[in-house]
Design a protein around this ligand. Structure first.
Ligand SMILES: [Zn+2]
Length: 330
């Protein structure tokens, strides 16, 4: 089985290493969730490679921003990123992505069209969609949107879990739904229309509920959330409600189920582990509600804590066999 995965953070991870262009940390080996040899062996033939900028060191850690209560927890939102900081960071990750392509000697390709994606999948070339996770490096007048498009960007998340000039991401909190703040700004609405015109997918992961409905109203393209889970099973800000799932179905869109233990499982504070069966629970729930054609994998490898039973990308065959045991076909 060839797997196409909705989200990973390998680019962010490598650019934080002493050599930010160390392509061997993907192409040869790496102790994290994802590298090329293990991915290939597990059938991971491509996915969305996120250009995600971490909070600067001046922002207090998650632990320091966490407020515990009797029912759960809330991690206060990080402030908006400085434009220059976000821009530089994005360029560095994009350089890394293309250096991986170059050093792979034809085995890994950044794809910018369905034709290219099909070609890669048919010829066992690993395919990467350049995904910008958070529009923080885009100027509010959208002056440089085409620059990122020309660089290869074909997917854009309006926000990460932070505010920016375009919209408001959700804070991490449990128990809570995704309705945590105002909708898109005027610049955000213009961004949706411009991405539609260019043919850039809008990713709804991390965006709050009002922003989600703004995109649903404005966008003429299928609604996609690349890495999230079912809010009816686990009421967390990052997870989507049944109404949101139905809107995704009606638009002929797709939901990638995240492997993050914190979104899959309902504990009162961030968790270290969850059983692999939790991924099946969320996939089954979404498949039952909106149909199996609208469900995908959205691992978040190298960006989160995943079930130890899965371990890393090598665990995909285990997950696939568990899905088959649960009644899913190839
Ligand atoms: Zn994410």
């Amino acid at each position: 089985m060839k797997i196409f995965d909705g989200h990973n953070d390998i680019l962010n991870k490598i650019t934080k290493m002493p050599d930010p262009l160390n392509t061997k940390a993907f192409l040869v080996s790496d102790p994290g969730h994802l590298d090329f040899p293990r991915a290939l062996k597990a059938g991971f033939m491509g996915g969305f490679f996120a250009v995600y900028t971490s909070n600067p060191s001046s922002v207090p850690s998650v632990k320091d921003r966490m407020i515990l209560s009797d029912e759960g927890y809330r991690i206060t939102l990080a402030p908006a990123l400085d434009y220059e900081y976000a821009h530089q960071s994005a360029l560095q990750m994009i350089d890394l992505l293309f250096k991986i392509q170059e050093d792979s000697l034809g085995q890994f390709q950044v794809v910018t069209s369905l034709t290219e994606l099909d070609h890669c999948l048919q010829n066992n070339i690993m395919a990467a969609v350049l995904h910008l996770e958070g529009a923080d490096p885009i100027q509010p007048d959208l002056e440089n949107l085409s620059f990122f498009y020309d660089k290869g960007m074909r997917s854009l998340g309006i926000t990460w879990s932070r505010p920016n000039k375009f919209g408001h991401g959700v804070p991490f909190a449990y128990p809570s739904g995704p309705d945590t703040g105002p909708g898109l700004t005027e610049a955000g609405k213009d961004l949706v229309k411009s991405c539609n015109d260019l043919g850039v997918l809008i990713d709804l992961a991390h965006l709050n509920e009002k922003g989600f409905w703004d995109v649903a109203e404005l966008s003429s393209h299928p609604l996609v959330s690349t890495h999230t889970a079912a809010g009816s099973l686990i009421p967390k800000t990052r997870n989507v409600s049944d109404d949101q799932l139905k809107a995704i179905q009606e638009s002929d869109g797709v939901v990638g189920i995240i492997f993050s233990v914190n979104d899959l499982d309902g504990e009162q504070r961030p968790k270290d582990d969850a059983p692999l069966s939790k991924i099946i629970d969320h996939i089954s729930y979404v498949a039952d509600l909106i149909g199996v054609d609208h469900v995908a994998f959205g691992s978040d490898f190298d960006g989160t804590v995943i079930p130890s039973e899965l371990g890393d990308v090598s665990g995909y065959p285990k997950l696939v066999s568990l899905l088959k045991k649960s009644g899913f076909s190839s």
